[in-house]
Design a protein around this ligand. Structure first.
Ligand code: NDP
Length: 286
């Protein structure tokens, strides 16, 4: 067979992007499967996003990840956006079909996979409370609704961000969803099966911050999930564990959204344990 020195390329566009560890886990998976693929972590300012997508087309790149602040803006430069990503209103992954670039959103799907595989919970029929109304909360709420959750409560500080989100999820999924303004400490009532922190509270470097919630009224079967992945053991999860509650960390969501992306790009199943190990090593976690 003639030598082939041409690598398939995937990139993450973001700003700031230097601390994004996704490349480490994707490269580890490419290597484990012997694929001549490269994952580039590229700093792209908002004003150059259009050029960056044109460049990705010129390079014949096989896929993209988008992170802050490009998840919404990128949609206008793509040929198609999947129905789920359109519902969420954001794209974190782009795949290529021929010459066409198609936007997907794997954040909420990665979250669901973590809830199912790592915590053993089927979201169907479950009642979930979500802290936050940003991009992660939208993706998680939409996928929980599509997976058959019984109802959703959005708890968020600012009404301006929460109300349009609640309206969109209700219109797109028909799942009962309501909003409660977050003032002071939010008491978890026993009706909830799942509590998700989809705010950035507790994210490095503010690792001592904890979303003000009170678990004293929670059902003993409550599952507490955190989207924050750095550190994986947030103060919220530590507090939940201390009460004997089951938890699922943000690393799980991050690895699984990457697993789904890998499959969309390569058509192959990646070794998930290799990806998780590489991610932990990249974040300096044993
Ligand atoms: P956004 O900036 O879109 O949203 C942030 C949310 O956090 C808003 O609802 C905001 O509330 C709330 N918030 C921030 N600070 C406070 C505070 N001090 N008190 C109360 N609420 C606060 O961020 P994203 O949705 O993109 O990301 C949220 C988190 O999810 C981040 O930590 C991110 O790292 C993580 N994430 C994890 C992923 C994973 O794979 N594990 C994937 C994607 C995101 P308000 O509207 O009032 O400002």
């Amino acid at each position: 067979m003639p030598a082939n020195f041409r690598a398939e390329l995937v990139a993450c566009f973001g700003q700031p992007v230097a601390e994004n560890p996704t490349g480490a886990m994707q490269e580890a998976a490419f290597q484990a499967l012997g694929l001549n693929w490269r994952y580039l972590t590229v700093e792209v300012p908002p004003a150059r996003l259009r050029d960056a997508v044109v460049g990705a087309r010129a390079f014949g790149m096989s896929g993209l990840n988008l992170t802050i602040p490009h998840k919404v803006a990128v949609m206008q430069y793509l040929d198609e956006v999947s129905p789920d990503a359109a519902m969420i209103g954001a794209v974190n992954t782009v795949r290529r079909e021929g010459d066409r670039l198609i936007g997907e959103n794997t954040d909420g799907k990665g979250f669901l996979r973590g809830v199912r595989l790592d915590a053993g919970m089927d979201p169907r029929g479950k009642r979930a409370a979500i802290l936050g109304a940003g991009g992660a909360a939208r993706a998680i709420a939409t996928e929980l609704a599509l997976a058959g959750a019984a109802n959703l409560l959005i708890v968020n500080r600012s009404r301006q961000r929460a109300e349009p989100m609640v309206r969109d999820v209700a219109a797109n999924t028909k799942v009962p969803i309501r909003y409660e303004e977050w003032r002071g400490t939010w008491r978890v009532s026993p009706e909830f099966d799942l509590l998700v922190n989809a705010t950035s509270i507790g994210l490095y470097p503010n690792v001592d911050d904890m979303p003000p919630v009170d678990f004293s009224g929670a059902a003993p079967s409550l599952l507490v999930a955190d989207a924050v992945f750095n550190p994986p053991e947030t103060r919220l999860l530590a507090a939940a564990r201390a009460r004997g509650l089951q938890v699922v960390d943000g690393l799980s969501m991050l690895v699984y959204q990457g697993v789904i992306g890998f499959r969309l790009w390569t058509g192959q199943d990646p070794p998930e344990h290799v990806m998780k190990r590489a991610l932990k090593a990249a974040l300096g976690i044993s």
